[in-house]
Write a protein that binds this ligand. Structure first.
Ligand SMILES: C[S@@+](CC[C@H](N)C(=O)[O-])C[C@H]1O[C@@H](n2cnc3c(N)ncnc32)[C@H](O)[C@@H]1O
Length: 234
C-alpha cells in the first residue's frame, strides 16, 4: 500500500492504453501460463538476498520501466546473462510479445510486472537496483498533462531509495519539454547528479544501444533523441 506521503504524483496510476488488437492464441496462452510464473508477487516480501528473484545467481540488477516492444530489454538480457532484469509494461499486447521473445530465446534472467511501475518501486528493497532505464516514457506533450509524466519528485524519491549508491538512472526522450522537465527535476533533487560532461554525452546513446521501436518512429518523424544519465549519490 502506498503511503499518503508518497501519493503526490498526479497519476499514481497508469494513464496509457492497456489493450490493443486481439491476441493470437499462443500469445493468450503465454499470458495465462508463463506470465504468472515470471510476474513479481508483490503480495509477498521481496526475497533476501534480492538476487534470489532469479533462478540462478546474478551479479547486478536492472529495471526497465515501460519496455514497449521489448527490443531493448531482450537485447540487454541477451548480452548480459549474469544480470537480473525486471521489466514492467502494462500494455497487454507488448507483454504478450515479450513473453513470446523470452520463450523463443530461452532467457531466464528477466522477471516481469504488468501494471504501474510505482507499485514495483514501492515493493523493491532499499538499495537493490544498479540501473533504472526509462526509455521514451509517454511524453504527455500538452502542458495541462505534464503532471502525468513519470518523472516527478515523488518518483525520483522512489528511484533514490531503490538504487544502490552510485547506481544509474538512464532516461531517453525525443520531446524537448520532457528533457528539460527531467533536467529541472534532477537539478532540484539532492540525491542525483547528471553525469554529462560534454554535448556528445546527451547526443549519443549508451554503449551497445539497440534502439527502440518508439525511437525509430521519432527519428522517422524528424525528432532528435536525447540520452540523459544520472548517478545516485554514493
Ligand atoms: C512511448 S512508449 C515507449 C516504449 C519503449 N520504451 C520504446 O522506447 O519503444 C511508453 C511505454 O511506457 C508504458 N508505461 C506508461 N506508463 C507506465 C507506468 N506507469 N508504468 C509502467 N509502464 C508504463 C506504456 O505502456 C508504453 O509502452
Amino acid at each position: 500500500m502506498t503511503s499518503p506521503a508518497r501519493r503526490s504524483r498526479a497519476t499514481e496510476a497508469f494513464y496509457g492504453r492497456r489493450k490493443g488488437k486481439a491476441l493470437k492464441v499462443p500469445q493468450a496462452a503465454a499470458l495465462s501460463e508463463l506470465l504468472p510464473v515470471l510476474k513479481l508477487d508483490l503480495a509477498s516480501p521481496a526475497p533476501k538476498p534480492f538476487a534470489g528473484l532469479w533462478p540462478r545467481p546474478v551479479s547486478a540488477v536492472r529495471l526497465e520501466i515501460g519496455f514497449g516492444g521489448g527490443e531493448h530489454l531482450l537485447h540487454r538480457a541477451r548480452s548480459s546473462p549474469d544480470t537480473g532484469f525486471i521489466g514492467i509494461e502494462p500494455f497487454v499486447n507488448s507483454m504478450a510479445k515479450m513473453l513470446g521473445g523470452l520463450e523463443s530465446e530461452g532467457l531466464d534472467n528477466i522477471r516481469l510486472y504488468d501494471d504501474d511501475a510505482t507499485q514495483v518501486l514501492d515493493w523493491l528493497p532499499d538499495a537493490s537496483i544498479d540501473q533504472i532505464d526509462l526509455l521514451y516514457p509517454d511524453p504527455w506533450p500538452k502542458k495541462k498533462h505534464w503532471k502525468r509524466r513519470f518523472v516527478s519528485r515523488v518518483n525520483l524519491d522512489r528511484f533514490a531509495r531503490v538504487l544502490k549508491p552510485g547506481g544509474r538512472f538512464c532516461f531517453a526522450s525525443d520531446i524537448d519539454t520532457y528533457v528539460n522537465w527531467t533536467l529541472a527535476h534532477i537539478a532540484d533533487h539532492p540525491e542525483f547528479e547528471w553525469t554529462a560532461r560534454k554535448a556528445a554525452d546527451w547526443h549519443e546513446p549508451w554503449q551497445g544501444w539497440p534502439g527502440t521501436r518508439y525511437e525509430a518512429k521519432a527519428i522517422r518523424e524528424g525528432r532528435t533523441p536525447c540520452y540523459l544519465e544520472f548517478r545516485r549519490a554514493g
